[in-house]
Ligand binder design. Structure first.
Ligand code: FMN
Length: 326
């Protein structure tokens, strides 16, 4: 008997495939459709910090990297500052309508609101909380400065909220193993690798900055695959892989690299919710073909901790790849 059950954030998931936070999980209908397609859990659309701060004056101490008046202005114009109540209602109604775990999500840039708001989320019945911390390290200051800002947010939430806590980060850090350990020590139960930041492009005719393509491509899988493989054996913290996972084979790769679960978004936008059931079918097919009854039987088998000389292996593959091209 083949089972795809996994434990993520202390929750039992019937599949490791989670619908990622996005417009697809911004309504009860979307959440229900994800459950029907066989998602193990859903991460609801994030509440953005600016949706709370739009009516409040920013805290000078915290504005140094990322609060932009334009973002708050946009939120006000869109009426999104009404967001927190609607957000809490979405969590509560989603919980009433599906039996899979519902993970709430907030997109934060400061620790300011999240202790209090996190407590309110806990009262809705959410099964866990995902913090999408969206501070891009682009200042010339000491890298530990921005890392500490991430940790302060986690510590603030942890101090007030009992829910299991996942932290979604981007890939742009100097030393991810060290930073990931700091996030774990600050109170993260799981890390989501990685958030996909706004893609910047340039319109050469208008000579203007322009938004890039908003969906990932399968080629983007390699960055989370690398870091999942490096971190999974040594970190002592669950990992959910995100970005570029488009097929059942991609799910298998992430599990072999040591992910506990995967999050999918672009593939579902592009191919519909049935892509989740196809991923599950392909995962089960692969497990049967390789004689695995449970995900625990193969998860992490190809992470770097399982390799005798991971650096030498990677260096060799790199040299082969580059010297083979004339
Ligand atoms: C239209 C759209 C909306 C998104 N909204 C959110 C969001 O509110 N919160 C969040 O944490 N991630 C958000 N994301 C990022 C996804 O959750 C996911 O991390 C990213 O798209 C990479 O996964 P993928 O390659 O499967 O698309 C959004 C992505 C898209 C395409």
């Amino acid at each position: 008997m083949t089972t795809t059950t996994v434990r993520y954030l202390g929750l039992e998931l019937t599949s490791p495939v989670i619908l990622a936070s996005s417009g697809l999980s911004a309504s009860v209908d979307g959440v229900r459709r994800a459950e029907e397609a066989g998602a193990g859990a859903v991460v609801l659309k994030s509440l953005f910090e600016e949706q709370i701060t739009a009516d409040a004056s920013p805290d000078e101490e915290e504005v140094d990297y990322s609060i932009h008046p334009e973002a708050e202005q946009y939120i006000r114009e869109m009426g999104m500052h009404l967001g927190p109540n609607e957000h809490l209602r979405l969590i509560a109604v989603a919980k009433e309508n599906v039996s899979i775990p519902v993970i709430a999500s907030v997109n934060c840039i400061t620790p300011r609101w999240w202790g209090d708001y996190g407590r309110q989320i806990a009262t809705t019945g959410a099964d866990a909380l995902e913090l999408n911390i969206a501070l891009m390290p682009r200042e010339r200051s000491d890298p530990r400065h921005v890392e500490s800002a991430y940790c302060r947010i986690i510590e603030q939430v942890r101090a007030h909220v009992d829910l299991p806590l996942a932290v979604k980060i981007g890939p742009y850090f100097t030393n991810l193993p060290s930073f990931a350990s700091r996030l774990r020590d600050a109170g993260a139960d799981a890390l989501v690798l990685f958030n996909r930041f706004y893609q910047l492009d340039i319109n050469t005719d208008a000579m203007e900055l322009a938004p890039g393509y908003r969906f990932s491509t399968p080629a983007e899988l390699h960055t989370p695959l690398r870091w999942t493989s490096i971190l999974s054996g040594e970190l002592g913290c669950e990992l959910a892989a995100s970005t570029g996972i488009h097929t059942g084979t991609d799910v298998v790769k992430m599990l072999l690299a040591g992910a506990t679960a995967v999050q999918v978004c672009s593939a579902v936008y592009q191919h519909g919710y049935e892509r989740i059931s196809e991923m599950n079918t392909d995962l089960i097919g692969w497990m049967k073909a390789h004689g695995f009854a449970r995900i625990a039987d193969f998860r992490g088998r190809l992470n770097q901790a399982s390799s005798d000389a991971p650096e030498a292996h990677e260096r060799l593959q790199y040299i082969k790849a580059l010297t083979g091209i004339s």
